[in-house]
Design a protein around this ligand. Sequence first.
Ligand code: 3LM
Length: 402
Amino acid sequence: MSDSRKRNRPAGFATRAIHFAYNPLDYHGALNPPLFMTSTYAFENARQGGDRFAGEEAGYIYHRVGNPTVSILEKRLAELEGGEAGLFTSSGMGAITAAFWSLLQAGDEVIADKTLYGCTFSLLQHHMTRFAIKTRFIDMSDPAQLEAAISDKTRLVYCETPANPNMRLVDIAAIAEITRKHEATFIVDNTYCTPYLQRPLELGADLVVHSATKYLGGHGDLLAGAAVGSQDMIDQLRFVGIKEMNGAMISSMDAFLVLRGIKTLHLRMDRHCQTAQKLAELLEAHDAVEQVYYPGLASSPFHELAKRQMSQFGGMIALELKGGMDAGRDLMDALDLVTCAVSLGDAETLVQHPASMTHSTYEPEERIKHGFTDGLIRISVGLEDYDDIADDFTQALDGLGK
Ligand code: 3LM
């Protein structure tokens, strides 16, 4: 991207997603950032190697701590999220564990929203406890609950918004204010929105994490994760969390593919959001449907908050059918174009059953307490023609109970 002094205003989101942090003329004119596939880097001499290890000279050492293709991607996402620095990992769980393992120690307490992606929930509920790190789950959509629960021991406050799978929202600015007063760190999982729809750092969060497997990659062909925050915090995640603890560095091939994915993020998200809005309205009007959870619907208790903190309402929908879980299973089996699969943010429309799939890490009795029923079905709205998606849901819903 050319020198910003030549322009009289900052470049827009799409332009930065396509160009930021890469100048083809630095790489033989290659229009696309080159894919550097190397595990290690030659030093000019022994002294240079030592200086790089000591942090006294900038430069690459070994893939687990940095790679030129990955660096371009990290700078680009940091720019789009409005953060100082970024980090990419081999999966979303790699980014989340890098954050927890580098920022927490025994005796610390985490306060988390009650609805989280199944493996994040399990990590906090079952595994961090083995290292004497306790998590309190609260309904963070009510900031007063954080005010009441937060204490000197609280080191981290954590949420997803919208939450996977039930589309509850958290007021990022309100939670950030309370967290800051108590000198804790506020982490927001921004997987469902991406920075195109929501920028938590601008609303006061300290760190954003992602499953880049989803919308950032966008094509269901890779696993990746990311974190964006201050340079200090990202250094801690990289040099402690990744380098010395989980080793979850992204492969350069996957970084190359995420760079390609991000170039069309704005187009894909616009389409996901447009189709999801129309589909949510169609589903809400169907006789077989008990409830649709989508923040773009006027019936959502989060509609006003969504209008404030998101630029559009996203591509994820959850719903419950009048026939409960059995009807949900029948619906998933009756769909033809729409595929039954976990993951989200792909070109293909996907449906899945959280209680038995993505969120089966919650005990049956925990599910209601954490905000979702056994009958809940989750839809990741894809990029196919709306009419074809709508026809498939209509035929499957019409056929229920026949
Ligand atoms: C899923 N989710 O289908 P990876 N944060 C959020 C997520 O949704 C996920 C992660 C982090 C799903 C994956 S379930 C076996 C498939 C909000 C993942 C973790 O490690 O890249 O999968 O990200 O909901």
